[in-house]
Ligand binder design. Structure first.
Ligand SMILES: *[C@@H]1O[C@H](CO)[C@@H](O)[C@H](O)[C@H]1NC(C)=O
Ligand SMILES: *[C@@H]1O[C@H](CO)[C@@H](O)[C@H](O)[C@H]1NC(C)=O
Ligand SMILES: *[C@@H]1O[C@H](CO)[C@@H](O)[C@H](O)[C@H]1NC(C)=O
Ligand SMILES: *[C@@H]1O[C@H](CO)[C@@H](O)[C@H](O)[C@H]1NC(C)=O
Length: 201
């Protein structure tokens, strides 16, 4: 009696394993994450698996996933540069405005940041160094104000105030999103050259 029961349990065990086997394989193109044990899911857009039994999908070339992106989210890419940037100088303030990039990268965390540099030289004086035409670039410094802020801008405009009078500046307006820092050396920005006027003029 005891032995019959024992044999039937052993007989049943493979069936149990087959129905609920957590290692049952997902086909290529599908994955099953550790948390999601019910069934295999199709890889989200811009991702793939080439092997069976994958627990996550690889991003296609040129697409990325941050550590906090869920495995069921499409892979995304950095935005392209902002477009149609314009500047409007008023004395020692400059209003910068631009249009959203053509390629937003498929993410909702698009923002903009401003890099301001003061340009000296370049008027044909041939002072040497810089970019080979006598220009020198320096950070604009902490006296310059950015309204509402310098980075993490959600709007497509910014006011830069408290610049120096009669000075050449170059502004880079960069578009960034959650995967931009994964390609840190590759920045997507638009350049604006600005010359300030006299304060109070
Ligand atoms: C320029 O700035 C001055 C002082 O901040 C202000 O009074 C004036 O209205 C501004 N001009 C324009 C065209 O915005
Ligand atoms: C600003 O740049 C222009 C050339 O783009 C140059 O002619 C001019 O001298 C520069 N002004 C200053 C103050 O450096
Ligand atoms: C964004 O722009 C809109 C319209 O130009 C303005 O009403 C809003 O206050 C701006 N938001 C920020 C955070 O600057
Ligand atoms: C801005 O000025 C730099 C030289 O300082 C020049 O090489 C560049 O073409 C200018 N860019 C624009 C958009 O005017």
């Amino acid at each position: 009696m005891c032995c019959t029961l024992s044999v039937s349990l052993i007989d049943l065990f493979p069936t149990f394993v087959l129905l609920f086997d957590p290692a049952a394989v997902c086909k290529p193109g599908f994955y099953r994450s550790a948390l999601q044990t019910q069934s295999c899911s199709k890889c989200p857009p811009r991702s793939y698996t080439r092997t069976e039994a994958s627990t996550s999908c690889q991003c296609e070339a040129g697409y990325y996933r941050t550590e906090s992106d869920p495995t069921n989210m499409a892979c995304t890419k950095p935005p392209s540069a902002p477009r149609n940037a314009i500047s409007n100088v008023n004395e020692t303030s400059v209003f910068l405005e631009w249009a959203a990039p053509e390629e937003t990268g498929g993410r909702k965390d698009l923002s903009y940041s401003i890099l301001c540099r003061k340009v000296s030289g370049g008027g044909g004086s041939g002072s040497g160094g810089g970019d080979g035409e006598g220009r020198h670039y320096q950070p604009c410094g902490s006296h310059v104000r950015y309204l509402p802020q310098r980075s993490g801008l959600r709007n497509t405009s910014v006011m830069v105030a408290d610049l120096l009078a009669h000075t050449n500046y170059t502004f880079e307006v960069e578009a960034v999103n959650g995967v931009s820092q994964l390609l840190a050396p590759l920045r997507h920005f638009v350049v604006l050259n600005v010359t300030t006027n006299q304060a109070g003029e």
